[in-house]
Write a protein that binds this ligand. Structure first.
Ligand SMILES: [Zn+2]
Length: 478
């Protein structure tokens, strides 16, 4: 190493050839400071984050060399190493004739093989959400999305039930807000409902996850500018996050019950589409004036959140690429969390430090509620009175009008939807199961599940990494 230049910086890699007959190419990566621990300014665990980033960089070097298999040193945390490897090697090239070579990562040595395997499962869950977001909207329509998830859950049929609810069911549920968005498109809507029963008792209160599933958002009659509109194929990031988290929870056999709800549709302009000023009625009877048809996510979520109250939930967490204002506020550094529960906030915050999927608490002040309830024609307007000011907060205040549960959190993931310049892989670390009472095991299960959820939420950062990510694992050779 000393003969080959200055010491390796954190997240950088150097390739050596011909050092060993079993390993014709060896990539050395910089892990940064040893035992860096939790960084209180950055709100994450730097050791884990550094390992994920560095291993991802190293694996991509191997991919560039077109070597089909790579053995990865656990770097002291086999799970983090596995996450970095599997996330770093992810490619979406299904529709190209010429594909990048597939590289299979393996653990070097036998120490930490269980942790490695866990990391692989987590990362594969995140790659599933990435796949769904990156895929074109004409491939991932509402029904295709639902069928893909159903197929992924096929291995766990003994404790998973998938209901693919058609338009007629949505109508009988009186989900008028959701249907008003869907009717502008020729693609029929789907309400996807997943029950994962991993708890000791099928009647144990579940965690309920809700995800916005707009498989393409043109804005509707309030049409978006055409530049960058292709990115709106990922406006189902919330649904992708929720469903991938449940697929992963099933693969890990987590000891708790989870219900996932994903209203899926397109938002398109047509002769049947919502018009600005139209009034629609949500499932709980509240009327909504649709002042801007591009604020459609909250219409889907309003009905889905009403429905989520049927399950006596331990907590309701929804994720949505909801507002451009969220991106303006925090960029891609953190997910904005709006919650009525400090208990739930503490879980989310603690988990985010471990996973590196940072969260930042945002307000649900009455101040914002007044701006959505002050409406000429209906109980609520779908945009705040001052439109742009505090847009992420008025959207959250709108959703709150459909929530009575004591533990609810809304995650606005619009800012982390497209990666700007952070590491282009996501991360998750779970606590190991502790030997203890069932209660303790369930608590850990909840933590683990929320961690997984956050983790998948963060991965949305990367779905466009091929275009605009300047992270080291992509730019090493550019
Ligand atoms: Zn929209």
């Amino acid at each position: 190493m000393y003969l080959c230049g200055p010491p390796l910086k954190k997240g950088k890699a150097r390739v050596f050839h011909g050092l060993h007959q079993d390993f014709p190419s060896v990539v050395v990566v910089g892990l940064g400071k040893k035992n860096a621990g939790v960084n209180g300014q950055e709100n994450w665990n730097e050791d884990k984050e550094n390992i994920r980033a560095a291993v991802a960089v190293g694996c991509r070097q191997i991919q560039d060399l077109e070597i089909p298999c790579v053995e990865v040193d656990p770097c002291g945390d086999a799970q983090a190493a596995a996450e970095g490897a599997v996330l770093g090697l992810h490619e979406y090239n299904e529709l190209k004739q010429k594909k990048k070579p597939v590289v299979t990562p393996q653990l070097h040595g036998s120490a930490g093989s269980e942790a490695w395997q866990k990391g692989v499962i987590y990362a594969e869950g995140q790659n599933l959400a990435r796949y769904l977001m990156e895929a074109p909207a004409n491939y991932i329509t509402p029904i295709k999305f639902a069928e893909y998830i159903e197929q992924k859950l096929g291995n766990f049929a003994s404790n998973v039930k998938v209901h693919i609810r058609p338009e007629s069911w949505i109508a009988t549920q009186q989900m008028g807000a959701f249907l008003s968005v869907a009717k502008g498109s020729a693609e029929p809507p789907i309400f996807l409902e997943i029950h994962y029963l991993g708890g000791a008792n099928a009647n144990d209160s579940p965690l309920v996850f809700v995800g916005k599933g707009v498989t393409f958002d043109s804005g509707g009659i309030s049409l978006k500018p055409s530049s960058g509109m292709d990115a709106m194929r990922a406006d189902m990031g919330g649904a992708a996050t929720v469903c991938s988290a449940i697929v992963t929870a099933a693969a890990l056999n987590l000891p708790l019950n989870i219900i996932g709800l994903a209203p899926l549709c397109e938002n398109m302009p047509s002769g049947k589409a919502n018009k600005p000023g139209d009034v629609v009625r949500a499932k709980n009877g509240k009327t909504i004036q649709v002042d801007n048809t591009d604020a459609e996510g909250r219409l889907l979520l309003a009905d889905a959140l009403c429905y989520a109250h049927n399950f006596n939930a331990r907590a309701i967490v929804n994720a949505a690429t909801l507002t451009g204002a969220m991106d303006v506020a925090l960029g891609s550094a953190a997910t904005g969390v709006f919650t009525n529960s400090s208990w739930l906030w503490n879980h989310l915050y603690e988990a985010s430090i471990v996973t590196g999927d940072r969260v930042w608490r945002m307000p649900l002040f009455e101040h914002y509620t007044k701006q959505v309830t002050d409406c000429p024609l209906a109980d609520l307007s779908n945009i705040g009175k001052y439109s742009r000011a505090g847009g992420a907060c008025t959207a959250a205040a709108f959703l709150k009008e459909f929530v009575t549960a004591p533990h609810w959190a809304h995650l606005d993931i619009a800012g982390v939807m497209a990666n700007k310049d952070e590491a282009c892989f996501a991360s998750l670390v779970s606590q190991d199961y502790v030997n203890g009472t069932d209660q303790e095991e369930i608590r850990t299960g909840v933590d683990q599940c929320i961690q997984k959820f956050l983790d998948v939420a963060r991965q949305t950062e990367c779905f466009f990494y091929k275009k605009d990510c300047s992270c080291p694992s992509r730019n090493q050779n550019k």
